[in-house]
Write a protein that binds this ligand. Structure first.
Ligand code: MD3
Ligand code: FE
Length: 211
């Protein structure tokens, strides 16, 4: 049953069972190996503490490309159909209407890995042309996720612990809200989730890019 975090933002705890979490963690290890290896993106001259591998389109701050010209020049892996279906099911399960569910065609996943020291500062996701919802899936250690508002990076905000298996859908007025990850909680990954330490977060997005 979904819990509203804010207008347009819904959380479903334990949306992924442990077997699916472990299966996705295995896929993560394959994606991370290449053709474009997982890397810390560089923002204004500094490497992020989070490491990211992309599917479909490659995110380089602050644009999407097909080739990872900031890493090794290779083309990113295609966006798999099973993630399109997962994205649609996520919208349906969080109460989005049938028309929106049918139209939703995520074409990009940003797959983030956090070690126990990694953080993500408050930011807005504005690099997509589409304003379709973002779907977030968490696996491994829990984190403190901070959801702010659309106007002021600093306040007000609500903090929520995201745990392994949790789904969050960010649409409507929450789509352009500031958000970040303020802490990882080491040792909280549940046995059987497929990750011994650290946190994986997948975000599914529609870029709105042609072709
Ligand atoms: C709210 N990732 O990749 S997921 C990101 O846990 C990102 O890795 C965080 O922020 C993570 O850009 C947070 C939750 C999330 C993702 C996208 C959003 C929340 C969002 C877009 C709009 C509003
Ligand atoms: Fe974000």
């Amino acid at each position: 049953t979904p819990v509203a975090l804010a207008p347009g933002a819904s959380l479903i705890r334990g949306w992924l069972d442990l077997d699916r979490q472990a299966w996705i963690a295995d896929r993560f290890r394959e994606w991370a190996a290449g053709p474009v290896p997982i890397r810390a993106a560089t923002v204004r001259g500094h490497p992020m503490s989070v490491r990211t591998v992309c599917l479909g389109w490659h995110w380089q701050p602050y644009r999407y490309t097909r080739d990872a010209t900031d890493v090794n020049g290779a083309r990113v892996l295609p966006f798999p159909d099973w993630l399109v279906r997962a994205g649609r099911r996520a919208l349906a399960d969080t109460g989005h209407d049938a028309g929106e569910v049918e139209r939703y065609t995520p074409d990009t996943a940003l797959v983030n890995f956090y070690d126990e020291h990694a953080r993500m500062g408050m930011h807005q996701d504005k690099d997509e042309v589409s304003r379709a919802p973002v779907v977030s899936l968490s696996i491994g250690d829990s984190c403190t996720f901070r959801l702010g508002n659309t106007d002021d990076r600093n306040r007000p905000y609500t903090d929520v612990t995201l745990e392994s298996g949790d789904l969050v859908v960010f649409g409507g007025p929450s789509r352009l809200a500031f958000h970040g990850v303020t802490a990882i909680h080491p040792g909280t990954a549940p046995p059987g989730c497929g990750l011994d330490a650290g946190r994986i977060n997948l975000t599914l997005r529609e870029t709105g890019m042609a072709g």
